[in-house]
Design a protein around this ligand. Structure first.
Ligand code: PLP
Length: 411
């Protein structure tokens, strides 16, 4: 079996003879070509689903030759098969400045895998206050238990991050825009300040993906994606990835390996399939999302729309400066009204599903539940988080108009 695949070199040298050197191409071409090495596709357009635990070697010498485990050489299922390598190579191609990508069974696992790769007992972590809930739970639970202290910082801190860096500070975690409240961070400034003090920077880049925000080029060391969302794009897979610079890639891989973290071949195959249409889908999510967000902004029941591409969103100027686009996820601040009225509004929507995981082709609405430590944003009323999907925006707006007509602000 192992002899079926001639061993290509690791990702660091993508333009192998027989490979499909795609580094110089534009994004849409990369999305089509990336990861489709001839030795992985074997004459098909897409690599097959290579499921494996056991790899059989022709001899003990061949078994030894497969060590240490490396991309492109079959070793053991947990260390990848062509399906996983193809996705990793494609995700690395999409991040200028990146050296390698590792897969995890979910986005939350990718966050944990990245943090555990860079932290040790006694370290302090600077965590953005608008982080995804389970990321905070990781800090307050497992990381605390293992002797890592977390200090939360204002997402709009910018260069002020330097004042929070102490002797024990090891890493700065960013998420831009923030979960539920959508603050866009000054990523290059924060990363430059962190780098000047020798810290590692990590970002949850799930909202933008590398297409709309090339995080490593902006100075980040480890860029995390919940591939569950836009990479998969069809609300039917669970997968996470971490893309690393050359300096951090070995640490990331050794932590992943000892923790036994791996993405499955089936999920990688689905994610790779989704990736091929990511550019098209994101463009439409952006267009539809902005149409709906602008319409919502003009409704009397709405106080503000927290959409990174609109001026009311904190950090909008950084979105304008650093991002290449906006995806379909944003929040709306209602003008007065209580949570019960907000919940009735969400319940009355017909085209918006009520569900947590976004980034699929379908529209969603959810009452956000967020925690804060360093900051407490003031809102005029309850929040609703929308994910605008690929439906016709006229239909979505009609659905929202009907639901808003029944919204009664308290007092
Ligand atoms: C910003 C962000 N990061 C990470 C995750 C976790 O991804 P997963 O659901 O694949 O664990 C989510 C899920 O909602 C998310 O919204």
């Amino acid at each position: 079996m192992s002899s079926l695949i001639p061993p290509p070199s690791p990702k660091a040298a993508p333009a192998e003879p027989g490979g499909r050197g795609v580094t110089e191409h534009k994004k849409d071409t990369q999305l089509v070509e990336a990861g489709r090495r001839a030795e992985w596709t074997q004459g098909l357009v897409n690599p097959a689903v290579w499921r494996a635990s056991t790899i059989l070697f022709d001899s003990v010498a061949d078994l030894h030759a497969a060590n240490p485990p490396r991309d492109g050489v079959l070793h053991y299922g947990r260390n990848g098969t062509p399906t996983m390598w193809a996705l990793c190579e494609a995700l690395t191609e999409l991040e200028p400045g990146a050296a390698a990508t590792r897969l995890y069974p979910s986005g939350a696992a990718a966050v944990a895998g990245a943090l555990l790769a860079v932290l040790q007992a006694g370290d302090e972590l600077l965590m953005v206050d608008s982080a995804y809930g389970p990321t905070r739970a990781l800090c307050e639970g497992l990381l605390k238990r293992f002797g890592v202290t977390t200090v939360y910082y204002d997402p709009m801190i910018g260069a002020g991050i330097a004042e929070l860096i102490g002797e024990k500070t090891r890493a700065v975690f960013l998420e831009s825009p923030g979960t539920h409240t959508f603050e866009v961070q000054d990523v290059p400034t924060i990363c430059a300040a962190a780098k000047a003090r020798g810290l590692v920077t990590l970002i949850d880049n799930t909202w933008a993906t590398p297409l709309f925000f090339p995080a490593i080029a902006a100075g980040v060391d480890l860029s995390i994606l919940a591939c569950t969302k836009y990479i998969g794009g069809h609300a039917d897979l669970m997968l996470g990835s971490v893309t690393a610079t050359a300096a951090l890639a070995p640490r990331l891989e050794s932590a992943r390996r000892v923790m036994g973290q791996a993405g499955s071949a089936d999920e990688a195959w689905l994610a790779l399939r989704g990736l091929r249409t990511l550019g098209l889908r994101l463009e439409r999510h952006q267009e539809n999302g902005l149409r709906v967000a602008r319409w919502l902004k003009d409704q009397p029941q709405v106080a503000r729309v927290l959409h990174p591409a609109l001026p009311d969103c904190p950090g909008h100027e950084y979105w304008q400066r650093d991002f290449k686009g906006a995806s379909g996820l944003f929040s709306v601040v209602m003008k007065g009204g209580d949570e019960a009225a907000r919940d009735r509004l969400v319940d009355s929507l017909e085209l918006f599903g009520i569900g947590y995981s976004w980034g699929g082709y379908e529209s969603l609405a959810i009452p956000p539940d967020y925690q804060r430590t360093a900051t407490r944003p003031e809102f005029e009323g309850p929040l609703i988080r929308f994910h605008v999907g690929l439906e016709d925006p006229d239909d979505l707006i009609a659905d929202l108009a009907a639901a808003l007509a029944g919204y009664c602000a308290a007092g």
